[in-house]
Design a protein around this ligand. Structure first.
Ligand code: NDP
Length: 480
């Protein structure tokens, strides 16, 4: 059985505790590998390695950082198929999705920030006749990157790549639920010749490893993606040390459909935005609001398309909906379906776990579930479920639907479907979310800022925002 070891000081090393945690394959419900059960001793070693590497890495010319990161991207690309299979086994997502989304995006993250390293600049301001002020943007030092289980390598590299490109050294922790591709990445870092200690990966649980990273005084910033509750805990620990924080947290995203939309495109995209990755994407539109004249038509067509989705073995090429990432998360989603029933909702389709045959007989599968008849302010419509569950709600006016959309504590993303240009811009401006898609979903231009408002987080990732996050500005004033 594969043992997932830490990557510290350029080597694969055992955890100080000598103990390992079980790693499950969601599609089979069986343990298939073991994860280093690390603790603060391993984090301390990783921080020492990262501190030792910082003086040299921060002074490495951007062209050399580019070469190394770009080579790493090339190695991920070379191993795309093996990494996609590993991601699918570890997470339960269809291998077709890992092949088309997760791993290509991990390649893109490294390529994007490899080139980004060569396109940074420092500003200067002339105080006329008196002084020249220039701003030196310097890498922060050792930084911590903590990522979740839903898009494992994709989100892990989305943090690591800009940190390294900016000249920081990194102590990173992937989710203990999906550590495999981060482990495979550590082997690729060794192959790529990444200098010792520049990137360190410590495996283990959030309470032991994640919190030790956040609490470590020598870690200058934390880039975190995960749940809002964990984000609160991190902020509480980090704030008194004045650490820089980037928090990408939960969502409960509205998908607003006006009757004048391009119906076929909206329908096809809404299937994806509801159920891609088993609904376990922070950007999925879990609350669907439909303008009343179109409600019954949409309901009928949507349900019949949802029923046609194939729930199956993630390894099968024709599977649309794979396994839920863990037993614990499976139970959480099922409890929300029970809650929806208690709150008076009607399960229009789905609502049950799926008993599979063969190798997946003990896996964790849930039918794509569509619910209507719930008030906008009930718990099912306010709390993040993060699974293949959506609700339908009719509306009559723009004002009404904006009230529904903005009623939640979250504000990550939203989708608007309309052919009315003025309305599209008006609603986009009024909606409380950091990201708005008009007549599309999940398009990401890596140059654009990404992040949420309200309880969906703090700060922006992507583009130069992430490079700036990992640097500190120093103003130098020169008398002339
Ligand atoms: P968690 O918050 O449970 O975990 C995220 C990461 O934090 C994991 O690596 C976890 O470790 C670690 N962690 C847990 N507790 C602590 C702690 N006290 N201190 C430091 N680190 C800790 O989130 P999930 O993994 O369950 O991911 C799902 C959540 O992520 C959803 O809410 C989703 O909306 C959100 N998300 C947000 C995105 C965004 O861009 N805004 C994108 C993707 C997901 P371990 O798993 O080992 O316990």
């Amino acid at each position: 059985m594969v043992r997932i070891e830490n990557y510290i000081g350029g080597e694969l090393v055992k955890p100080a505790s000598g103990s390992y945690l079980d790693n499950f394959e969601p599609a089979t419900g069986k343990v298939y590998s073991e994860i280093a059960d690390s603790d603060d001793r391993d984090v301390n070693l990783a921080v020492e390695a990262a501190k030792a590497a910082f003086p040299s890495w921060s002074k490495t010319p951007p062209e050399e950082r580019f070469e190394l990161l770009n080579n790493l991207a090339g190695l991920i690309e070379r191993d795309l198929e093996a990494l996609a299979e590993a991601e699918s086994v570890d997470n339960g997502k269809p291998v077709s999705l890992a092949r088309s989304l997760d791993i290509p995006r991990s390649v893109a993250n490294f390529k994007f920030y490899a080139t980004g390293a060569m396109h940074t600049w420092n500003e200067s301001h002339e105080t006329v006749g008196k002084a020249i002020n220039y701003t030196l943007r310097q890498p922060l030092g050792v930084v911590g990157c903590i990522s979740p289980w839903n898009l494992p390598l994709y989100l892990f590299t989305w943090k690591i790549a800009p940190a390294l490109a900016a000249g920081c050294t990194v102590v990173a922790k992937p989710s203990e639920v999906t550590p495999m591709t981060a482990y495979l990445l550590s082997k690729l870092c060794i192959e790529a010749g990444l200098p010792v200690g520049v990137l360190n990966i410590v495996h283990g649980t959030g309470p032991k490893v994640g919190s030790a990273i956040v609490a470590h005084r020598d870690i200058k910033a934390i880039s975190f993606t995960g749940g809002t509750k964990t984000g609160e805990d991190i902020a509480r620990t980090a704030a008194p040390m004045f650490k820089k924080l980037s928090l990408e947290l939960g969502g409960k995203n509205p998908n607003i459909i006006f009757a004048d939309c391009d119906y076929e495109e909206m329908l096809a995209t809404t299937i994806r935005s509801s159920f891609s990755n088993q609904g376990e994407i922070c950007l999925c539109g879990s609350r669907i609001f439909i303008e009343r004249p179109m409600y019954e038509q949409f309901k009928g067509d949507f349900i019949s398309r949802v029923r046609a989705l194939k729930v199956g073995d993630p390894m099968d090429a024709d599977t649309d909906v794979g396994a839920i990432v863990s037993k614990q998360h499976f139970e959480k989603i099922m409890s929300y379906i029970d809650l929806a029933r208690e709150e008076g909702g009607t399960i229009l389709t789905g609502g049950n776990s799926v008993a599979m045959d063969g190798r997946c007989a003990d896996g964790w599968f849930i039918e794509p579930t569509v619910i209507d008849g719930l008030p906008f302010d009930c718990r099912t419509n306010q709390e993040e479920i993060f699974g293949p569950v959506v609700t339908l709600t009719p509306f009559d006016t723009e004002e009404e639907v904006l009230g529904y959309a903005n009623s939640v504590r979250y504000g990550l993303s939203s989708t608007i479907w309309t052919e009315n240009l003025s309305r599209a811009h008006r609603v986009a401006a009024a909606i409380e979310s950091g990201i708005v898609w008009i007549n599309c979903w999940l398009f990401r231009d890596l140059r654009t800022p990404f992040g949420g408002v309200k309880d969906s987080g703090l700060g922006r990732e992507g583009g130069f925002e992430a490079l700036k996050f990992f640097t500190e500005e120093k103003n130098v004033c020169v008398k002339i």
